[in-house]
Design a protein around this ligand. Structure first.
Ligand SMILES: [Ca+2]
Ligand SMILES: [Ca+2]
Length: 248
């Protein structure tokens, strides 16, 4: 180094040594410093991987190019058996077992290491609070899951398929109303009401889905003074203009 004296070179070397000694943690007695990450020393000149890691070379190695890589204990072929209704989860340097979705441990911790610690059982979602199927849905428990069903007149909402909402049978054309009536949606059902000015025919209910209504044909020439009941036509728009209300 031009211009540099021998004393300054020695000082520089001392500084580097000091910095290095501070950066390196003290190695265990009899252990070599160069062991790679996730390794520990086997003796003063060799390393071995920590449990949960596998060597890219020999089990005990002196080659500094060898690395210690995580073992995926869950991947086949595997000796790990978490047991029924449980899943294996690999983590760096280790693994653990958890109950599968829809299952929960009946006792013990949420994570475990093998089937002997497994107490996973189906969760009865239908017993949970708040009710998973809402106030109207009928819940049916299944292994690992559950299903929501709606009572007649309700259907699962597309946006929230666990909740039942009223079906508008009138708007959807799913009603059975006679053409002499108009459809009126109700929560959980619908009614068939007489068209304005019409009345249920004798014997017909007023409102239920089988309501049939009639008007009166004012035809005094044919039957003077008489009132004549006529059933509505099948086509809603075909009501004759000559019909009028039943007189009360
Ligand atoms: Ca279940
Ligand atoms: Ca309805």
């Amino acid at each position: 180094m031009p211009g540099g004296g021998g004393g300054s070179r020695v000082f520089l070397a001392l500084c580097v040594l000091l910095a290095l000694s501070e950066a390196l943690a003290p190695a265990p007695v009899g252990c070599d410093r160069w062991c790679p990450p996730n390794a520990m020393c086997a003796n003063t000149t060799a390393c071995r991987c920590k449990p949960g890691f596998s060597s890219s070379g020999a089990e005990i190695f002196t080659d500094f190019m060898v690395s210690c890589d995580d073992i995926n204990e869950c991947a086949p072929p595997t000796k790990v058996f978490c047991g029924k209704f449980a899943d294996c989860q690999n983590v760096v340097g280790s693994y653990y077992c958890t109950c599968s979705p829809g299952y929960a441990p009946t006792s013990g911790p949420n994570t475990f290491r093998n089937a002997s610690e497994n107490t996973c059982e189906d969760v009865d979602e239908c017993q949970q609070s708040p009710r998973v199927c809402g106030s109207r849905g009928v819940c049916r428990n299944t292994l690992g899951s559950h299903a929501c069903h709606c009572p007649p007149g309700f259907a699962l909402q597309p946006r929230d398929p666990k909740l039942c909402a009223d079906v508008d049978e009138c708007a959807l054309g799913q009603h059975q109303c006679h053409n002499s009536t108009h459809c009126l949606n109700k929560v959980g059902g619908y009614e068939c009401r007489c068209r304005p000015g019409w009345r249920p025919v004798p014997g017909s209910p007023d409102g239920p889905t089988d309501t049939v209504c009639a008007g009166v044909r004012p035809d005094p020439a044919a039957q003077p003074g008489a009132r004549r009941h006529t059933h509505g036509h099948r086509t809603p728009g075909s009501m004759p203009a000559t019909f009028r209300s039943l007189e009360t």
